[in-house]
Design a protein around this ligand. Sequence first.
Ligand code: CMP
Length: 483
Amino acid sequence: MAAVGPKRNRILAFIFATLVVALGVYFFLYFEQDLRNYLASRMGTRSRAEDSLINIPKLILFSLLAFLGVRALSTIIFDFVFRLRRGYEAPTLVRNIFSLVVFTILFLLIFNRIYTEVNLGALFTTSAIFGVIIGLALQDTLGNFFSGISLHADRPFQVGDVIVVGQQKLAGVVESITWRAIKLRTFTNHIILVSNSTAAKEAIEVCSRGELNARYVNFGTLYTDSPAKTIHVVREAVRDADNVSPKITPIVRIRNLGESSIDWEIKYWLEDYAKYNDTDALVRQRIWYALRRSGLTFAYPTRTIQLERKVAPKPVTAEEQIADRLSAVDIFSPLSPEELQKLAAATVGHVFAPGETLIRAGDEGSSMFVVHNGRVQVQVTENGRPRPVAVLSEGDFFGEMALFTGEPRTASVIAMEETEVLEIGHVAMKHLFETNPDLVESISWTIAERRASLAAGSQQLAQGSIEESAGLLSSIKRFFGLR
Ligand code: CMP
């Protein structure tokens, strides 16, 4: 009803304008000859100027009349005949093209009638350059115009359809398609104008008003809820919701077995797609109530965490490991656990790569080593070539000769594999000697043995070694300041 008022005003204004122009034409024709005579008497021989003064208003008046006539004709054809026959409003573009063509023809006829001496055919054929200039200037406009024509020819959508245009996903209801653009009304009641040439290039998703368009709504239920029951309950709750088409039964199906829920989707068809936001919301609401009534539960993110208590064994300290290792060394076997612990605390661990030299023959040395892991080779140089003397492994010791006698290293010691050694310094040994006099003796035996082996190149203990050992004993005691 609200549209009737403005429409009536428009018709009244149109009738009034037509009457004014018609009267203008009538009076102009009535007084035309008198006007010509009057101007001829005033202007004398300048008949061209006199013609212009008469012809220009005449052209304007007749053109106005033609324009109003075309408007009236277009209204009759499209608003009455077309609408009654087809049942929908004629596209704006078609109306515009019709008006433009008819008016142009009428205007040319009027022009030709008034300016009989002007050859219109020649005027159009000689103005090719003018045409090019106009064409370039109107490039975009013409692009839109022809895209609009092709849109109308294809008829991919109509006024009232919901369309989604391009990657930007411009969505709305089509309000009109003019010679320049498609006018969309968005769901927030904004207007978007998509130019016809843009629309012709972009992908357009059309949700036709006359067809049933589907929508999806997702929800999740607990794994303990029966799927069969969920399908039945939700489908029945949604099928009679407002704007959900009764022609196709909604489909309820499991979309995914999620981390903390069975993920569902419901597909349903809409009567009026333009109202999909409201209908989606209504469907969700229906699902909530239906689940509540049936004792089904919406899932929310849950995670089952299993805690495992591990009884950690008491860690063995590095010092305890070292004390263990030292207790396995034969020269330290007489030591008490406390003494071993003290000795372990005084040692420093080192790790060597295979092939690395731990001790170089002839160097000064003030510490000895126990092999913790791995193997080392003792070698001396004879005639410029290395001669292996012994291979020492876990629990063996070396470097004691220089430490206890103060002499240079007697041989080189090289790691045969990755080897970890424990270094014992002069001070730590001195403490041990003070409390364990027997230790000096057993060490002096080993040294004598090794010296003999070095000298003879054999493992056999020579008789001289016993005497040497006695000499060593006293020299070690002297070196360490022991009595
Ligand atoms: P030192 O002389 O301080 O440095 C080289 C080490 O090689 C030496 O102490 C001994 O510990 C060790 N060594 C020398 N000869 C032998 C051998 N025949 N058997 C085992 N080890 C030895």
